[in-house]
Design a protein around this ligand. Structure first.
Ligand code: ZN
Length: 88
């Protein structure tokens, strides 16, 4: 079992969380014509980097999204940051 730190609820069991996306991944501009290959790349391609990564996770208990920073090799959690502007 791994413990993730929700910025709103504190440390919780990893089973309460759901991966949402790589942080910084930019959605294609839907006001412009977007090809199938570009959508497929956006939806399915991951950087899958070794080392420190930043990811968007959701805590299913409080339904808040946040940035989780972790080491993808050791699985050590390095920290978490709320995405809400009014979060403390
Ligand atoms: Zn929470």
């Amino acid at each position: 079992m791994q413990v993730f730190p929700c910025p709103f609820c504190g440390p919780r069991n990893e089973t309460e969380f759901h991966f949402a996306a790589e942080a910084g991944k930019v959605r294609p501009d839907t006001t412009q014509q977007i090809g199938d290959a570009d959508w497929a790349t956006y939806l399915h391609a991951q950087r899958n980097e070794k080392g420190t990564v930043r990811e968007v996770w959701m805590h299913m208990t409080c339904a808040e999204l946040f940035i989780l920073e972790r080491d993808s090799v050791t699985m050590d959690v390095l920290g978490s940051t709320a995405l809400r502007k009014d979060a403390t």
